[in-house]
Write a protein that binds this ligand. Structure first.
Ligand SMILES: NC(=O)c1ccc[n+]([C@@H]2O[C@H](COP(=O)([O-])OP(=O)(O)OC[C@H]3O[C@@H](n4cnc5c(N)ncnc54)[C@H](O)[C@@H]3O)[C@@H](O)[C@H]2O)c1
Length: 407
């Protein structure tokens, strides 16, 4: 039996996928509301294909509980934020979960850490939990790191098709865990050592962050010099070895906006490009705010209450708002004492997370003259004609409307 610890955006789909493919799974989360919802038959976030996967897992006997189970295999998928001051990984959630697991784990059990962690975290913070106690040491508990690569919005597909990495202390344990993942994963599953596995995950997200930052920096240069960044990127990308990403209003979520900081925190003297890239990406919400100010001035607009922010999530077609550029921008507006009147709408966010938040697109449009497209949800792409007559700041270059403003 596998006990999956932490049933959030990563743990829940993983637990469901394994259960749906015949693995005996118990999902555990310390949040009783999540457990109650799952036991009532409700999934706790929206994701393409998750409902069907849930039904399939339930029919195969998956169980949900707030209690840690006594078993031989654990998958830990709890949050790993970074310390905003030191930029280092905050491994406290993982350490807490492992401490609880160690109280009930069977002799020889394997604890798989799926949470993203900086290189060296297992040796520094997790292995000592086992080695500090003679009784636990005698249980011969094994540690594995199996980072997750899936992207919200396409999680179910990617769980099946992505390649995976497994870091283990020895081949035998690595193979055992690989077999569990191979129950559903059709991609290649590479076995390596733990520290390499830790580093690969952080490097993958850092690669993305640095490339996004390059596009964002080009957008800033082109704005300053009155050049068309999109046309420039389009032409550059016709070069056979150039592939520049698109600029945007910032980055959010739990990967690209967080994980590269781990390297800056651990290697401050070495991770220079990464540090500057993260700062560039983090500066984009303020850059958008400045564009809003410039465009209002150009259009002789004075009432910030007639400005509407479209999109609260950190990426399109998902309901995850963590670290989102819009929330960063609203925070910045609040600091500048102009946040409370701006209107906000997101089709995926049903609860109120900010002031003046609308839940109806028509009503939102009626109350604004200037719309800022922060997120390229499909809903926006198929309703572009509704923007006629509005001032539009299109932060993703999706609307193609005459007179629309860009980053
Ligand atoms: N969300 C993503 O897109 C993504 C992608 C790849 C990797 N990751 C990584 O996966 C990990 C989990 O991220 P997430 O987005 O699923 O987080 P999440 O916040 O959605 O879920 C974490 C869950 O763990 C539970 N939890 C916390 N401490 C616990 C404990 N001690 N015992 C039991 N349950 C506990 C929380 O209640 C929560 O439900 C993080 O390290 C993240 O960086 C996330």
């Amino acid at each position: 039996m596998i006990n999956v610890i932490g049933l959030g955006y990563i743990g829940l789909p993983t637990a469901l996928m394994m259960a749906a493919h015949g693995v005996d799974v118990v999902g555990t989360d310390c949040n009783e509301e999540i457990i109650a919802a799952l036991n009532r038959g409700h999934i706790t976030f929206q994701e393409e294909g998750l409902e069907e996967l849930f039904e399939s897992a339930v029919s195969q006997g998956i169980r949900f509980t707030a209690q840690y189970q006594s078993t031989d295999t654990y998958i830990v998928s709890v949050p790993t934020p970074y310390d905003k001051f030191t930029k280092k990984v905050d491994a406290a959630y993982v350490a807490d979960a492992v401490r609880e697991v160690l109280k009930v784990a069977e002799k020889g059990a394997v604890i798989v850490i799926e949470s993203t962690i900086s290189p060296g975290t297992i040796n520094k913070y997790i292995r000592p939990l086992i080695e500090a106690d003679e009784d636990i040491k005698g249980k011969n508990i094994q540690l594995v790191h199996a980072p997750e690569r899936i992207i919200p919005g396409n999680m179910v597909y990617e769980l099946i098709h992505n390649n995976r990495t497994i870091g283990a202390d020895n081949r035998e344990v690595g193979e055992k865990i690989r077999n569990y993942y191979a129950s559903f994963c059709q991609g290649e599953i590479v076995i390596t050592d733990i520290c390499t596995a830790e580093m690969t995950k952080v490097v993958e997200n850092t690669y993305r962050a640095v490339n996004i930052a390059f596009a964002n920096e080009l957008a800033k240069i082109c704005r300053h010099a009155d050049m068309d960044v999109y046309e420039i990127i389009r032409i550059c990308n016709m070069h056979p070895r150039v592939n520049i990403l698109q600029p945007g209003p910032g980055v959010g979520g739990h990967c690209i906006s967080v994980d590269p900081w781990f390297l800056v925190g651990d290697y401050p003297g070495l991770a220079k490009v990464i540090d500057e890239s993260m700062k560039t990406n983090d500066s984009m919400p303020d850059f958008v705010l400045n564009r809003i100010y410039e465009i209002m001035k150009e259009n002789h607009m004075t009432d910030i209450g007639r400005v509407g922010i479209y999109g609260l999530t950190y990426k399109e077609n998902v309901d995850d708002i963590r670290e989102s550029p819009t929330l960063q921008m609203l925070e910045s507006m609040a600091r500048h004492l102009c946040g409370s009147q701006v209107k906000v709408y997101d089709p995926f966010v049903s609860e109120n997370v900010t002031e003046n938040q609308y839940h109806d697109f028509g009503a939102f449009l009626q109350d604004i003259d200037f719309i800022v497209i922060m997120v390229k949800h499909d809903e926006m792409k198929i309703n572009l004609e509704k923007l006629h007559g509005k001032i539009v700041l299109d932060c993703h270059n999706i609307c193609g409307l005459d007179g629309a403003y860009h980053l």
